[in-house]
Design a protein around this ligand. Sequence first.
Ligand code: FCA
Length: 355
Amino acid sequence: MVGRVAIGPVVASMLALLAFGGCGGQNDLGAPDDPRASKDSDHANTERVRIGFLVKQPEESWFQQEWRFAQKAADKYGFDLIKIGATDGEKVLAAIDNLAAQNARGFVICTPDVRLGPAIMAKANANSMKVFSVDDQFVGPEGAFMDVPYMGISARAIGESVGRTLAAEFKRRGWPIEETAAAGITFDELDTAHERTEGAIAGLAAAGFPADRIFTAPERTSDTEGSFNAAGTLLTQHPEVKRWLVFSMNDEGVMGAVRAMEGRGFTANTVAGVGIGGSTCLTEFEKATPSGFYATCLISPLRHGYETTELLYKWIHDGVVPPKDTRTQGMIITRENYKQVMSEQGLLDDPGRAP
Ligand code: FCA
């Protein structure tokens, strides 16, 4: 279902981008930047706007892609974009101070810890900055999501499409169930991650894959190394499994598990992993010989990078309040079709796509 309905909104957003194209510069007044300039809203239309974009894992391709598309919005509308890798709470708060000193009017953020939400908002409000949260949603002191504009993926539906894809691959390959299990590398402290892997489990189950053949292992960090370690534990616990289906919260989570399985002699014939992302997995798809990384659910760094920054800019510059909660969709891609789909989605339009 995700695959079928995904094209619409993404194409629509790209058409919207085209429709806006060519009118860049209307707000580029070319005034020299003065860090001492007033942040008074009366001045909103006479200063060049400066916006931050903070990400929790600057080494991850997904976040580099978000930055790349955010820069496109900055270039189009003529504002300054300040990209900051903020990998822990201390760095986030220091980055906000730094942005305030540079007279930035707001920032987009994927926070390294969703529970920093109240501290981030307190500091932003003290500096009259507007905030747009992306990917990971702020959690307030009572554990509820905070009322801050947010764009995230449709985590549950995307997870379900991963589960269905794994189940279909299991059937297509004719693997005997008694030799097969599914490995889910989980990161339950983050809601969007929990929803993705729970969705994958539900998708597998809905397609008839037995629940008692699904094993999960928590990763300590949501990167390839964290997943590699979590999968190592799982493999030690289940030496009887001869064929693995793999899912996780992102491409890194699947890739780490696939690497751990390769280290124990598993190959593309005995592992089928389906990620979520579409950036990190490219090296897998580009390999001459297929690996156990079979597919991914492509999500949109274009929307998460460009649109969030554009909405924040319009909020700051034009007073247009952004939508509170936007969930983007995904579509399954494999090494067979990724080039075509990604170029249709405007994701392969620059050489060196992961800057
Ligand atoms: C989270 C994950 C990233 C990416 C993003 C959309 O922030 O950590 O890998 O999947 O959601």
